[in-house]
Design a protein around this ligand. Sequence first.
Ligand code: BGC
Length: 702
Amino acid sequence: MEQARKRAEELLKIMTLEEKIGQTVQYGRYDDRRVELIAAGRVGSMLNVYGAERINELQKLAVEKTRLGIPLLIGDDVIHGYRTIFPIPLAEAASWNLEAMENNARIAAVEAASEGIRWTFAPMVDVTREARWGRIAEGAGEDVYLGSLAAVARVKGFQQANAEGYPTVAACVKHFAGYGWVEGGRDYDTTDMSERTLREHILPPFLAGIQAGAMSVMTAFNEVSGVPASSNVFLLRDILRNEWGFEGITVSDWESIEEVIYHGYAEDRRDAAMKGMRAGVDMDMHSGVYQEHLASIIEERPDMLKLLDEAVLRVLTIKYALGLFENPYTDVHQHEKLILAPEHLQQARLSASQSVVLLKNNPGILPLDFTKHRKIALIGPLADDHHHTMGCWSHKGREEDVQTVRDAFTAELAPHAEIFYEKGSEVKEELEGGLERAVALAEQCDIAIVAVGESEDMTGEHYNRTVINLPECQERVIREIKSRTNTPVVVVLMNGRPLAIEWVQENADAIVEAWHPGTMGGGGILDVLTGAYNPSGRLPVTFPRATGQVPIYYNRKSTGRPNLYEDYLDCDDNELYPFGFGLSYTTFAYSDLSLDRTSIQADGEIKVSARITNTGTRAGEETAQLYIRDMVGSTTRPVKELKGYRKLFLQPGESAEVDFTLTATELGMLDEKLEFTVEPGKFTVWVGPHSAEGLQADFLVV
Ligand code: BGC
């Protein structure tokens, strides 16, 4: 980085104003006009350009036609895979498997870079409690601790060194900041929060990603407590640059610099450009306001040249750090070896299995037993859908690459069982005759596996919902099979957000939360259903009983009347499934919680250990979770906070000890002045299988 920066400084010295401005300009569509601008050195970056040949052509214009030959930085939304699509990020988070997250990001980067893409607009690290918000699918869920670890794993994966020793692609932590705190679950909507909430719940995953080396940050669409994020001096200068010392680039979200006009924060495009640059947004994604107005702004306010120089320096530094000056072109044959490589598909299948959360399993239902499950009915609109299986943000994924549940069952289970299929309904509406055919098929089979949930276009950007139930037409299929046949029903959920599925929880015989599982989803789900993979996923989000409970999350604050009244007249207070929840085909018992001392100094450390025993009959993986509560503080603390977890794989009857060390990092909090401190007093600690259960002990900080 040092070296890259020095070279960038040298280059900056010989640049004209127009050339400098060019480096802050990014376009997401290309046409003749934009091709001309590239050849004139007036564009620094492009997104939405695909194919090594095409990208090389554009690079050639930048490198060979312009005075300084500065290569383009080609970006893309490589969110959960490029051509090999992995489970959606929320699903990956459900694996609590950091190695998998890193590996998936690495593979996504390798495939994207093989076509000349060297910058991804990922990971999205927005913590959210909003299940109605479509983009919950793109993040790591509701928890800041898990979210921070996921941010680190993904940044490391994307930026892993390529064969020449450069980061494969530059990562971009987004959307800075508060995008997931939207009012009413409406995308782009207002967020208004205390600085405490910002610092406790929103910012840590950004900082973690940056400390792991993230080379860029994307500014958000929303306003934060009165100031749009894409012109927010407090966020972008005071916190990001001055407090955290971030030296990478900031890029706006799509036209978000211009959009501050609609927020009522800028008069016109010129004013918006000025405010974006003033706040420190280095690159303007697609709106063109920097291109049009920075020159005249700087003419009028020469003091702003310094800000432009800083921005350009950062952009050039990244280009050097990625090795683009050394090698701007991509070998056009490289992708043939790398796209959908067998290792990538194998990892996609494993990751799909690891992301599955088993929510319910009546005795004798799963895993499938081919001595009694001879005839298997696959039912539901998602059992054989090559598109929706990939989930949101998978635009480079192709339907023909996707293995659905039906594909996998048909290809792999033929010798063991007879496989039948009936769609039953569409995702959002009834299918003529589908219901009757589904019931008739279920009647004739030994078990019905019903794959239901959301289509790709019910989740992701601006796909928000006011009711997060299973669509009625799909639930009806399950209801009718349950009421008219004696065939056990396994519900496989494929979705991008928590769903309020109280009726399904009460009535299905088993529930397998598979999320949108990606290219190899069918095989990954098959492995879980047959027991080849013993499910190990844990929920990274709370599942409500009803949409009206949203936002519902585990790390809430206690009210002054915690048990006096019920929260709702028409719904149980508690969640349907708590954060951290997930079953296995085996069972685990927790015992022997012990602390190595009963009190510590504020700067001391305490060891917490517990014994976990596999009390069932199959080998399996448990995720032991540690939560704490600071019982009394100068500011109130959540009733529980996740501060650690351990995964352990145990054979039947085997037991092992898990150890955690708590230090000031875990025990500290922001006091009234927002200063980080460990306050004396009682702490409670839990070690258990999820956020609503665990062995409990207390200790004192003195
Ligand atoms: C999204 C970003 C994305 C960008 C570029 C925007 O609409 O909010 O997350 O990176 O488009 O595609």
